[in-house]
Write a protein that binds this ligand. Structure first.
Ligand SMILES: Cc1cc2nc3c(=O)[nH]c(=O)nc-3n(C[C@H](O)[C@H](O)[C@H](O)COP(=O)(O)OP(=O)(O)OC[C@H]3O[C@@H](n4cnc5c(N)ncnc54)[C@H](O)[C@@H]3O)c2cc1C
Length: 434
């Protein structure tokens, strides 16, 4: 390709397309290179997208036929033991009444395609079925473009935005960021289960167009550091489960076996009963947190989204951080273009923007959270069983006085866990979220 672009974006995910929208709107010659047949063809996520960062890029996204499955009106958390568990839920009509929903469910195949159309409308060029295989550098190691697998091969650009996601062969090859260690990524599997619209609404107690999210923790990940989820789409449910990649290999567990077992759990089974499996996918998740964020820019390049390990595991925020970082990368490039300086120095405003925003402030706040889950295995083993035992005992009326029940529960806790270990867990949990 002889053509010279101002910006080459690697990856048409939320990070890359956000940047392309902002840049193209300002008349910057932007090309997005996507390995999938179409944007979203290879992408997977649980399904919840927050509207705030999308609205910063496409303010009228709801009027532009954004493929929304259901607006979220209720969030639930389940903490599960083998045979049951706790459920905590929060519903608020405020979002609904104000017509300003905080989040909605969507599918990546439809959403990414729609989002890429918004960038195209603004003038970005989206080249699909194009794998970026290497970065082009000049004699000073400055990035000056990308090498692709297209017959017309190399493409030159004044700056390259790496928005190629967590599973990046390019990172491994070029070393623009360290390859994530198995302990820093999770492997997640997801199944979409078809059900009639009215069945979903009845089972979750919602109106047409409204939906529920359920985040799930506990025994379901077989003692490994992981989470599961259940989200409502219009005519289907998304059910997924994942765990740390290191734990999967250490325990020799197959993710799809864990998913099958999870589908039999007494809390989940009634919701998916009679459903027809429609789709099955697997993907990595950036879980390492703040301490694994790489250098965010260098001479001629910036890194955004999952590729920069921007994922807030506690709040299940990934696509919004990708969009926010893509937007800030684009704003930095615009600034650099004014100055004509694409060196690392000229692009440093990107890191500053991220640091001042909620993106890095939240990730810093929760920097200990990945360690909490890694170091306290009992969150996934002993604790779900003990907490279920406590509820079962206190709720069962069998003639035993409550004081004796409390004593029995405390003795059971002490047999399984020393008071010091329990105190240590509470202390670490508080420190990880304070
Ligand atoms: C199971 C699961 C559940 C999740 N649930 C949620 C959720 O509910 N809500 C949420 O906000 N986030 C969720 N996430 C996280 C979210 O999916 C990511 O944070 C988000 O997709 C990151 O966006 P991105 O643009 O950085 O990367 P990606 O979405 O991964 O996009 C990267 C793009 O780059 C392309 N690409 C990669 N390499 C190349 C190459 N060499 N050449 C050309 N193209 C390339 C890919 O095909 C892809 O289109 C979940 C993730 C998983 C795995």
């Amino acid at each position: 390709m002889d053509e010279q672009f101002d910006v080459a974006v690697v990856g048409a995910g939320p990070a890359g397309i956000s940047a392309a929208c902002i840049l193209a709107e300002k008349g910057v010659r932007t090309v997005v290179l996507e390995r999938g047949e179409y944007p979203g063809a290879k992408n997977l996520f649980g399904g919840v997208l927050y509207g705030h960062d999308l609205a910063q890029i496409v303010p009228d996204y709801r009027d532009r036929n954004c493929p929304i499955e259901r607006n979220i009106v209720e969030s639930r958390i389940w903490y599960l033991s083998r045979n049951g568990g706790y459920s905590l839920s929060y519903r608020d009509r405020v979002f609904e009444l104000q017509g300003k929903f905080n989040a909605f469910t969507t599918g990546r195949a439809r959403f990414d395609r729609w989002f890429a159309e918004q960038a195209k409308d603004r003038g970005a060029l989206i080249l699909c079925s194009t794998v970026v295989t290497d970065l082009l550098r000049d004699s000073n190691r400055r990035v000056i473009g990308v090498r692709t697998d297209r017959p017309d091969g190399d493409l030159r650009a004044r700056v390259v935005l790496l928005a190629d996601g967590i599973n990046s062969p390019l990172a491994k090859k070029t070393g623009f960021r360290p390859e994530p260690k198995p302990a820093e990524v999770a492997l997640s599997v997801k199944e979409v289960i078809g059900l009639p619209e009215e069945v979903i609404e009845e089972r979750f107690g919602v109106e047409s167009g409204s939906g529920v999210t359920v985040e799930i923790l506990g025994d379901v990940t077989w003692g490994m550091n992981g989470v599961a989820f259940l989200y409502t789409n219009k005519r289907s449910l998304s059910v997924g489960i994942g765990a740390n990649l290191l734990h999967f290999s250490q325990n020799r567990v197959r993710p799809y076996e864990m998913l099958e077992a999870f589908k039999q759990h007494p809390m989940l089974a009634p919701f998916i009963k009679g459903g027809k499996p429609q789709e099955y996918t697997a993907h990595w998740l950036a879980e390492g947190g703040f301490d694994t964020i790489p250098q965010l820019c260098g001479d001629g390049f910036l890194i955004a989204g999952d590729s920069a390990m921007l994922f807030n595991a506690l709040h299940r925020e990934g696509t919004n951080l990708a969009m926010a970082s893509g937007r800030m990368a684009a704003e930095t490039v615009l600034e650099a273009m004014d100055r004509g300086d694409f060196t690392r120095r000229g692009l440093e405003g990107y890191g500053r923007r991220l640091q001042e925003s909620y993106v890095l402030r939240d990730m810093k706040k929760y920097r200990r959270f990945p360690h909490l889950l890694q170091e306290h295995k009992e969150i996934f083993t002993t604790l779900p069983e003990l907490s279920s035992l406590a509820a079962r005992e206190m709720l069962t009326v069998n003639g035993v006085p409550k004081k004796e029940k409390q004593r029995a529960i405390w003795n059971a806790v002490r047999r399984k866990m020393s008071p010091f270990r329990l105190l240590g867990l509470l202390w670490d949990a508080w420190r990880s979220v304070r």
